[in-house]
Design a protein around this ligand. Structure first.
Ligand SMILES: [Zn+2]
Length: 129
């Protein structure tokens, strides 16, 4: 569906941003990576040996992506709750949104790192596979 070579492919299928073959995270399920396994990303790609942490502190930048995703989620679903449940007060809406942001934080973390590394690394198929 999504063609190999696009950044969306790497983000959607949890693949190395450089070769689109090796896994970026240990598991495809964000909850298993963070809550159960307690491991973060693989240190390097198993296929092309690309080191994921380009420089020390590289992942701090993913916090900005994570923040943007969380704010977009809150604005969109807060507006939907406000429009479709007119009797609901703002405290209830904020409480519901806070719970959902916490529940979905592993998914947010999962995709924010993939998006962040794909901003800087382009796909190259010059590597022998
Ligand atoms: Zn790779």
């Amino acid at each position: 569906m999504i063609k190999k070579g696009s950044k969306l492919y790497s983000i959607s299928y949890n693949k190395c941003p450089k070769c689109h073959c090796g896994s970026f995270w240990h598991k495809n399920n964000p909850y298993l990576n963070i809550l159960k396994n307690n491991k973060l990303t693989n240190s390097h790609c198993a296929n092309c040996m690309f080191k994921y942490e380009i420089e020390p502190g590289f992942w701090f930048g993913a916090m900005y992506v994570s923040y943007a995703i969380a704010v977009a989620f809150v604005l969109i679903f807060g507006a939907l709750l406000y429009v479709f449940f007119e009797n609901m007060d703002i405290i209830t809406i904020v409480s519901i949104l806070s719970v959902f942001v916490i529940i979905f934080s592993p998914i947010n973390h999962f995709f924010s790192r993939l998006i962040w590394i794909n901003i800087f690394i382009d796909y190259t198929n010059s590597i022998k596979q």
